[in-house]
Design a protein around this ligand. Structure first.
Ligand code: SAH
Length: 249
């Protein structure tokens, strides 16, 4: 399997089918082909076909799913895109760093880059599922690119990274003995963690503040591997058992 086979481009809730077709074309021009559509508003549609031009194969093979978690299932790295600064800053990459990291990690596991709605981008909840955020450093007075243009820029950077790799120029990341935790396992962990924090009286679902968001960001910075995640899940189970015992005494 080649790295290109492991890169998913995920479009969330796209309104205009023309943008879906243009994105399919952007992928194919750069040698990518795995397009995921999460609840597209108007699809299939002729406009998507027209704008895809000779990338109809990519469009026809696009995977349409009902929710973002399904599109991200099995991924070891998820990158979210954002046209503007958000309230809680997140580990951020520029498009070049993103291209190199995505290319390198795609040698090992599936990777997803997530793009938002034309009118309001990705929700905070969606962005918080991502390990990193990437922002295309555009004009601050008009920072939002058309979604297919944004897809083009990031796919181009992945292609450049692949060419640099061929020339032996991509720096390698540290070797690690375990694969990174998969996003769906991390989601289960966050549910487990929230429940344990409720059990011990630390967290109140009725008044959640930013607790879970900040914890997600903390884990995002660390990038847990599979073994660490399974240890932490064991710790949570032990905490919950102890809390129940005390309650029943
Ligand atoms: N008004 C929206 C803009 C959405 S643009 C907002 O403020 O979020 C639609 C999508 O294109 C975004 O969700 C993102 O995926 C991508 N995009 C547009 N401009 C971008 C930029 N400068 N950097 C990274 N992604 C961008």
């Amino acid at each position: 399997m080649k790295n290109f086979d492991r890169v998913r481009i995920v479009l969330v809730n796209t309104s205009h089918p023309g943008n879906i077709g243009a994105a399919a074309r952007a992928l194919k021009n750069m040698g990518l082909y795995r397009l995921y559509l999460v609840e597209p508003k108007d699809y299939p549609a002729d406009q998507a076909v027209w704008r895809a031009a000779n990338a109809l194969d990519v469009l026809n093979n696009a995977v349409v799913v009902d929710d973002l978690d399904t599109a991200l299932s099995g991924c070891g790295l998820v990158v979210g895109t954002s046209a503007r600064e958000r309230r809680i800053p997140w580990p951020l990459m520029n498009p070049r760093e993103c291209g190199v990291r995505v290319w390198k990690e795609a040698a090992e596991h599936d990777v997803a880059i997530v793009f938002g709605r034309e009118d309001r981008g990705l929700t905070n909840e969606e962005l918080h599922k991502c390990t990193y955020h990437v922002h295309i450093p555009s004009n601050p007075e008009y920072s939002s690119l058309n979604i297919a243009s944004a897809v083009q820029v990031l796919c181009y950077e992945i292609r450049m990274a692949s060419l640099m790799d061929d020339a032996g120029c991509v720096p390698s990341f540290d070797e690690w003995d375990q694969p990174p935790a998969k996003t769906n396992d991390l989601e289960l962990y966050f549910e487990h963690l929230e429940q344990a924090l409720v059990d011990i009286g630390f967290h109140d679902r009725a008044n959640p503040r930013q607790t879970m968001t900040r914890l997600r960001r903390l884990y995002s910075r660390i990038r847990l591997d599979e073994m660490e995640l399974s240890i932490l899940r064991g710790v949570l189970t032990a905490i919950r058992n102890a809390a129940h015992k005390i309650k029943n005494q």
